[in-house]
Design a protein. Sequence first.
Length: 98
Amino acid sequence: MKLPKVVRRYCPYCRKHTEHKLIIVKKRKSSPLKKGERYRREKIRHGYGGFPYSIQKKRGRYKVKLSKKIDLRFECTVCKKQHVWKQGLRAKKVEIKV
């Protein structure tokens, strides 16, 4: 899916329509201090029998989810603040047009 590099959108900080630069945020390594990470570490330490939480299983030939949601952010060119595209975008490949 191809998206434009600059979009005219409403900025909640400026409270008016301005040009926004589109940014795709890459996933970073999760922190070992998160609640879920601490929980899994504790379960593994105490000899838990299986995986600590259920995994979505394939139904027949097809996977449950075919693609990840991409984290898109808009940066206002006036105030330089970023805000998130709330719905996200489910696509296998996203590229920004120049």
